[in-house]
Write a protein that binds this ligand. Structure first.
Ligand code: ADP
Ligand code: MG
Ligand code: MG
Length: 916
């Protein structure tokens, strides 16, 4: 049997051949037209040519697949019979529209032809049929315009503007203000002019044969799939894997036959605030895209309810009813197109409405509770809790957690550059180029708002990064220093905005021809990566004010209540734990507020930068022998132990994974001469000695150099000190008057072979057991390792013999599996994703195909020797919804992510469990 390419819809349920599940082959528009017909809604009937036909056409140099022509004819016969009219009939013509529609909506990408079937004869038949001379000529002139522009335009250069120019001229000639002021006679004159415009460009008269009109239009829609702008749109929006566009041939209904007619678009709920009120625009006596084209100012839907004519008021009621029905049917707010022909309402399209994150959250919550979160007003319950959770995305929830720009103001603002959305939220302020300047500004004025603009950042800059409202860098990817640190704090950050040309000396940044100096205002949208000129007004997040600030008023805010509800539902449905990456009690407290169930990664190196501690570690680095190093570490021990006490107290009863020192030592020493001199003065050595040591520490590949467990193996005293600090703190807080339960997990980084862990486990256990015995505290601890070197994943069965837990460090694991330096990906990764060599940045979304195999293998091999091996992930992927799902499928016990991503991970974990 030949393949079926054409599907009928409308007239009756029996005749409708498709439904909403067939989006891939009928396109979104076609599938929903069929679905609405099945539901008995008023849809003008027609038929849909499948995306498979388009694929064939596109792959065979513009040839129809065999049998398509016949199938079109058969379906057209069916339509003509059902409607009692014939395409092109001089007495009783059928008019149709030819509309594109792919599986994913691509707004404005492929155009539509309306009123097809009109010619010099059928226009008379149409006039007789409708009794409206004006509508006849109005439709005909529109048809010539659209057919000329959409169908012939790509080959001949004929454009809508050419026609537009003529109608403007004619309006002037007759003193008509709007299109609707033109009389039938004048529109007839216009048709004559349009035909000339057409002939001039196309060099052929306007085609009179309706079958030819239809054929050319179908081909044009198919052809537009491969047009430059469609290809580009798919590229920009990363749309792939579609077959092509479907073509819908749809019986025309007319909104342009007088004041009892009209056309409009509407949302079943407000797409920007999420409020449960129908939201839409319509125009009387208009057709097709007049509403969005801005030809006349449309009226708001509410006006329809107040119209003088009872017919319009009745239509309003009916429309509202249908919208409610659609929402319930699709279990999702809808975005619809409708036309009213002489008081009769027709639906021309419906689709799941696009909306802001806030609106998405509000819809989900209100549809599940049946209650307006703002007013408490009752609504229909449409969704189960599970459905509601599946309707919200991580990025939607994110919009509740961070300050956001006033949407209208943001639209008006000037985008000067774009980078990676590294730390969400929004920030406005004045530019500084130096971390110290940022700190100084805030020291001087607590409320100073500065944006730190740098090529990149290093641990030395954290003070200034903290002080700044937002951080902007011109290099670096999603796991660059700036990105990781900013995300940890929930600070707005944009990385790798490569259009920025930063000159530290002149204290200015150049973008193209524009120059921005220190003190100039800019704004960052860290959720989209857009950098704007000037200040944009901000709204702060009530959720953060409630969770972090503990403000009672904020807890009553509807945003907070929505967050609470969704998070609560998430917790009922998820099975995987969510921990956080936190290095300080303050961060741990924030994360706990957001629902973290432990710390999955506490990086100790950040503790080395605070206050005067940097001098101890520098002394350690300069020391000549073990004795000297141990002396330097004494001071650090005191500080570290205090830090851990604070963290353990904060996480009372929850597990805390502490990672031993990880970064290469050169990160702790200054690289500029002036600072090296100061270091020499402070530590009482010669400047030369400092400079020599710094030079010694230089490595060609620091990420693959002397770091991680390699540091602790070469300097065991470092491992001893850190173990003392961790276990010392644990013993101390467990013996306090109001004792705290502690579950320390000591984690060795960058292990590649079991023997590395053997050696360090020994050091750790000897040190720890001695303290526990001495203090008599009842502390149980675990020793485990990060799995971040591919070799560790491959030999996980050996390593698990020693390790009590695994934590997948997917930042390094990605770096080493791809061989991509995570600090240098900015130079080529954007090009990779642009050209689709990689679909996405593997540092943002876990590469499940490659890196993911190592994770799965690590879990399996590890558990093959230790059945109860605790497994988690602590890379940045722990807060990425897709990666969280993968972690769940791989059998991980928990994911760990930065504090502000904990709610997102909770949601993603719930979705993973529901989907299962
Ligand atoms: P888009 O995908 O750009 O929205 P559509 O195919 O939906 O394009 O159509 C463009 C406009 O024409 C819409 O306003 C739609 O409602 C209107 N339209 C399409 N087909 C018909 C029809 N058969 N009768 C009346 N109006 C139509
Ligand atoms: Mg449409
Ligand atoms: Mg690492």
């Amino acid at each position: 049997m030949a393949k079926k390419y054409v599907y009928f819809y409308g007239l009756s349920e029996e005749q409708t051949e498709g439904d909403r599940s067939m989006k891939a082959i009928l396109g979104g528009k076609g599938a929903n037209l069929a679905e609405m017909s099945n539901a008995g809604l008023p849809v003008p009937p027609g038929f849909t040519l499948s995306t498979e036909a388009c694929k064939y056409y596109s792959e065979h140099g513009g040839k129809y697949p065999q049998g398509l022509e016949k199938e079109i004819r058969a379906h057209l016969d069916q339509l003509e019979k059902g409607m009692g009219k014939k395409l092109g009939d001089p007495d009783n013509p059928l008019l149709v529209s030819v509309r594109s529609g792919a599986a994913i909506s691509m707004p404005g990408m492929m155009d539509t032809v309306l009123n097809l079937g009109l010619n010099d004869k059928s226009v008379q038949g149409f006039i007789k049929q409708t009794g409206s001379e004006r509508a006849g000529w109005d439709c005909y002139r529109r048809f010539i315009d659209m057919f000329g522009d959409v169908v012939m335009g790509p080959y001949t250069g004929l454009k809508h503007e050419h026609f537009e120019h003529e109608i403007e001229k004619l309006k002037k000639k007759y003193g008509a203000k709007e299109d609707t002021d033109l009389t039938a006679e004048q529109l007839k004159e216009l048709v004559g002019i349009y035909k000339k415009v057409y002939q001039d460009k196309v060099k052929k008269p306007f085609p009179q044969d309706p079958e030819q009109q239809l054929d050319l239009s179908i081909r044009a829609v198919f052809g537009s799939w491969d047009s430059d702008r469609a290809v580009k749109y798919r590229q920009i929006n990363k749309i792939s894997g579609l077959l092509g566009t479907a073509v819908n041939v749809c019986t025309m209904v007319f909104g342009n036959m007088g004041d009892d007619c009209g056309t409009g678009v509407a949302f079943t709920r407000d797409p920007s605030t999420g409020e449960s009120v129908a939201y839409g625009d319509y125009l009387k006596n208009a057709q097709g895209e007049d509403v969005v084209a801005g030809i006349r100012t449309p009226k708001h839907m509410n006006d329809m309810a107040k119209d003088k004519s009872p017919a319009w008021r009745k239509t309003h009621k009916e429309l509202i009813q249908i919208m409610k029905r659609l929402e319930k049917h699709y279990k999702h707010p809808q975005d619809i197109e409708f036309t009213v022909e002489r008081g009769k309402l027709w639906l021309l399209q419906t689709r799941n409405a696009k909306r802001t994150g806030i609106a998405g959250v509000r819809w989900a919550v209100e549809m599940a509770t049946g209650k307006d979160v703002f007013t408490g007003k009752k609504q229909t319950k449409i969704l189960s809790q599970k459905d509601a959770l599946m309707n919200v995305g991580g990025s939607d929830l994110e919009q509740l957690l961070f300050p956001v720009f006033d949407m209208k103001e943001e639209k008006k603002a000037n985008v000067i550059a774009e980078g990676l959305p590294a730390g969400p939220g929004a920030a406005s302020g004045t530019i500084v180029f130096d971390a110290d300047d940022a700190e100084a500004a805030v020291e001087k004025d607590k409320n100073a708002r500065v944006i730190l603009v740098r090529r990149d950042t290093s641990p030395e800059d954290v003070g200034g990064m903290w002080a700044a409202r937002g951080v902007l860098t011109s290099t670096g990817g999603m796991t660059s220093h700036a990105a990781v640190v900013a995300r940890g704090w929930g600070k707005c950050c944009i990385c790798g905005a490569s259009a920025l040309n930063i000159d530290y000396k002149k204290k200015q940044v150049t973008v193209g021809k524009k120059v921005y100096k220190e003190g100039d205002s800019i704004s960052l949208n860290g959720s989209t990566g857009k950098v704007y000129e000037g200040e944009i007004p901000l709204q702060s997040s009530p959720v953060v004010e409630a969770v972090i600030g503990g403000k009672a008023a904020a807890k009553k805010h509807p945003y907070y209540r929505m967050y609470e509800m969704l998070s609560g539902w998430s917790d009922t449905h998820r099975k995987m734990k969510v921990r956080t990456n936190a290095d300080a009690p303050k961060d741990a407290a924030a994360a706990k507020g957001f629902g973290a169930e432990g710390i999955g990664l506490c990086r100790t190196e950040h503790m080395f930068f605070e206050g005067d501690r940097i001098w101890s570690i520098r002394e350690f680095i300069l020391a000549e022998d073990r004795e000297g190093r141990e002396k330097a570490l004494k001071d650090l021990l005191k500080h570290q132990q205090k830090d851990f006490e604070g963290i353990f107290k904060e996480m009372d009863g929850l597990p805390v994974t502490v990672r031993l020192l990880d970064p290469p030592l050169h990160e702790f020493v200054p690289h500029e001469k002036k600072e090296q001199q100061e270091m020499a003065r402070r530590l009482g050595v010669s400047a030369r000695k400092v400079a020599d040591r710094v030079r010694q520490l230089h490595e060609f590949n620091p990420m693959l150099g002397h770091r991680g467990c390699r540091l602790s193996i070469t300097y065991p005293e470092l491992c001893v000190m850190q173990t003392k600090a961790i276990i010392g703190a644990a013993c101390k807080v467990s013996k306090l008057k109001n004792a705290v339960k502690v579950h320390p997990e000591i984690m060795v980084p960058l292990v590649g072979s079991k023997t590395e862990l053997d050696y360090l486990e020994n050091v750790i256990r000897t040190t720890a057991d001695e303290i526990i015995e001495r203090t008599g505290a009842k502390v149980k601890y675990m020793v485990g390792t990060m799995i971040e070197v591919p070799r560790a994943a491959l030999t996980a069965d050996q390593i698990a013999d020693r390790a009590e837990f695994f934590s997948f460090g997917t930042n390094d694991l990605t770096q080493m599996t791809f061989g991509f330096s995570r600090d240098d990906v900015g130079t080529f990764l954007p090009e990779y994703t642009n050209r689709k060599i990689l679909d996405v940045d593997p540092f943002q979304h876990l590469d499940q195909e490659g890196v993911g195999q190592l994770v799965k293998m690590g879990v399996e091999r590890g558990r093959s020797v230790r059945g109860d091996l605790k497994c988690g992930i602590c890379g940045e992927h722990g807060g990425d919804p897709d990666s969280v799902r993968f972690c769940y499928e791989s059998g991980l016990d928990y994911v760990s992510c930065s504090p502000y991503r904990v709610p997102i991970a909770r949601l993603a974990a719930a979705q993973a469990a529901i989907e299962e």
